[in-house]
Design a protein around this ligand. Structure first.
Ligand SMILES: [Zn+2]
Length: 291
């Protein structure tokens, strides 16, 4: 009888240990945890086309996963990159094209300036903007001065449980997070033959679980360290002043969809001064990124 109890106790302890290590294994090696950068995430794929092929695998995973509630919400959550990881005097200008009823215009004057002065820039394109500007989109995508990246499908804050920002309701489930990223991703790939590597949500808000989902889809979430035009609300001198606060490795966030804003004029004012100060302009993908 006593032997039976001892044996059962050993069995129980053994089982507990096995379950514990299985959980640890799963936590570190299977789910892509952004605090464990050295481990290969399950769904990581090449940035070219594979992330589109593997979306169903990611979908299945999150359909069955029981996610704990996210702990962070905002622009600066774990896993979001805000700077180039360098102390060289380089700046990566990023311009969002947000789309929607008040955001589907095209700042021709801004893009012309960048072309005339050969200033490289990274363009975060939303699906709604793309739909309204297909020809311009293709023209920009074919220009080696620009890189096309993913600014979401419906321009939603990226949440696994419906958190919102600026009065916009965010995505409300992992499924919706995946759609918000991948509908636009697939469309851009289809039109250009190249899948974006970087994602920035509408409103630039996230929770950390949503950021992990994006990483598992093979993209990196990129925000900014210089608020360049505050949603295209700054005056030209406001934009100029913001851009002049850039330092080595800065990522300014500006807009290319609001031609009546101060953005183009502010960029025209600031760029020559930054060049004079020794800065050069680069694409996001030329450097490693850091938080
Ligand atoms: Zn936007």
């Amino acid at each position: 009888m006593k032997k039976g109890i001892v044996a059962a106790s050993f069995l129980l302890v053994g089982l507990t240990v096995v379950i514990y290590f299985f959980n640890e294994y799963e936590r570190h090696f299977v789910i892509h945890d952004h605090k464990q950068r050295s481990f290969t995430p399950l769904f990581y794929s090449s940035p070219e086309t594979e992330n589109v092929d593997r979306v169903e695998e990611v979908r299945d995973y999150y359909r069955n996963a029981s996610l704990s509630s996210p702990l962070e919400w905002g622009e600066n959550v774990s896993g979001v990159k805000n700077r180039l990881d360098t102390d060289e005097d380089v700046i990566a200008l990023t311009f969002d094209a947000c789309g929607g009823p008040f955001g589907s215009s095209y700042d021709h004057s801004l893009i012309t300036f960048l072309r005339e002065h050969e200033i490289p820039a990274t363009l975060f394109i939303n699906l709604r903007w793309l739909d309204e500007n297909e020809e311009i989109f293709l023209e920009l995508a074919e220009d080696p001065l620009f890189r096309i990246e993913n600014h979401g499908s419906e321009h939603l804050p990226l949440s696994v449980n419906g958190n919102g920002a600026w009065g916009i309701n965010g995505t409300a489930s992992p499924e919706e997070v995946i759609d918000e990223v991948m509908l636009n991703q697939e469309r851009i790939l289809e039109m250009t033959g190249q899948a974006p590597r970087y994602f920035r949500s509408g409103t630039a808000h996230y929770d950390e679980k949503a950021v992990e989902i994006v990483e598992n889809l093979g993209l990196t979430v990129v925000n900014y360290d210089v608020l360049g035009d505050a949603g295209a609300t700054f005056s030209a001198s406001g934009v100029e002043e913001a851009l002049l606060s850039s330092r080595a490795g800065s990522i300014p966030l500006l807009h290319m969809n609001q031609p009546s804003s101060g953005t183009a004029e502010g960029v025209k004012q600031a760029v020559p001064q930054l060049q004079e100060a020794g800065f050069t302009f680069v694409h996001l993908d030329q450097y490693e990124l850091s938080e």
